[in-house]
Write a protein of this length. Structure first.
Length: 360
């Protein structure tokens, strides 16, 4: 029997309606949609905290979290005005602007990124390649012939996980292992039910989802091997902006985590973004509601106090930053690090390098 995620059941229920801590929605309330990754992930917690703050402290405005689909799709919906908020970041900006990866068929990258404005950034977390100890899998090379979840189809996390696995092993999905194609939530449930072998999820440590799993199961995290950082796939992965490396202390998951040494891992910065055409005064009020009551967000999870800080909020943003957010940071006396931005000249140079690689 898989463990019950009682805490997340509460949060997920709150995300499908107007999240907790609000009064009943009146007909006059303006409603906004926020695309999110699934429960148990860092973005889900951050997005739920944002919705909680707006719903509680900005009268007449209600945010609804939708934990369905991939961030790549959410970003396009925001650019088209069909969604209001989305997880976003330098990595997504890079892929969209360059029209590569999940956006290779999208023809208006440089124009699209102008329609999505950053509010703040935060470390999304680190890739946790989780296996059951009973599987016998000790390192990445042991996954040959196994069923592996990399992330949702067409997601940036999936692209990154595929490159990481390829760098560590040389393995390709469909040839050396079977790629499990599910969304974040269904994949988490399926792994609890032991329907596949390797679950790669991107979250802060300690991860609430992994912490719940390790309560009743002996598990292992597959560590990166720095000897493989010269591999071309690793270079492609770190070539996207916002990537970071860390070591996860095994103590954060307790005695049922079988790793005895710190686990070398990698992750990325992401953030919350909004439609560029949203009213600046309204965005300012939302920013103020969120950051002036950040202690309420920190109370949601042990990792949130390390995830959400004003220092990190301006450390990994992409261009443009919404005027309402800029007003809030200026009011607080916070200097913003230069947001990540590409030019058409850089785009052309990138494409020329790609063409040369293909000819070789």
């Amino acid at each position: 029997m898989r463990p019950k995620f009682s805490k997340f059941a509460i949060i997920a229920a709150a995300a499908t309606v107007f999240v907790a801590g609000t009064v009943s929605v009146q007909a006059k309330d303006s409603r906004y949609s926020l695309g999110s990754l699934a429960e148990g992930t860092t973005p889900f917690l951050v997005n739920t905290a944002w919705a909680n703050a707006v719903n509680k402290y900005v009268p007449g405005h209600k945010v609804q979290v939708s934990a369905v689909g991939a961030a790549t799709r959410h970003a396009l919906l925001v650019s088209k005005g069909k969604m209001d908020f989305t997880m976003y970041g330098p990595g997504l900006y890079f892929l969209m602007y360059q029209q590569i990866g999940p956006y290779r068929k999208h023809k208006e990258g440089p124009q699209t990124v102008k329609k999505i404005s950053t509010l703040f950034s935060y470390p999304m977390g680190f890739y946790h390649p989780v296996v059951y100890e009973s599987s016998g899998i000790k390192n990445f090379r042991d996954i040959k012939g196994k069923k592996v979840f990399l992330g949702p189809p067409a997601g940036v996390a999936t692209r990154n996980a595929r490159l990481i696995v390829e760098a560590m092993t040389g393995y390709l999905p469909g040839r050396d292992y079977q790629q499990v194609k599910l969304g974040w939530g269904p994949a988490q449930t399926a792994f609890q039910d032991k329907k596949f072998d390797v679950w790669i999820t991107n979250t802060m440590a300690p991860s609430p989802a992994v912490s719940q799993l390790v309560l009743t199961n002996k598990i292992r995290l597959l560590p990166l091997d720095s000897k493989n950082f010269s591999h071309k796939s690793w270079k492609r992965y770190v070539g996207s902006p916002g990537t970071v490396r860390t070591k996860i202390d095994p103590k954060v998951y307790g005695k049922n985590l079988m790793n005895k040494e710190p686990i070398l891992a990698t992750g990325s910065f992401v953030g919350l973004a909004v439609r560029s055409d949203m009213d600046a005064d309204l965005v300012y009020k939302m920013m103020k509601a969120f950051w002036d009551h950040i202690d309420e967000a920190h109370a949601m999870s042990k990792s949130m106090s390390k995830t959400l800080t004003l220092k990190l909020a301006v450390a990994g943003m992409s261009d443009p930053v919404h005027p309402g957010a800029l007003r809030y940071y200026k009011e607080k006396g916070i200097n913003i690090e230069t947001p990540y931005k590409l030019t058409l000249a850089q785009r052309e140079a990138f494409r020329n390098r790609a063409k040369k690689r293909k000819r070789k």
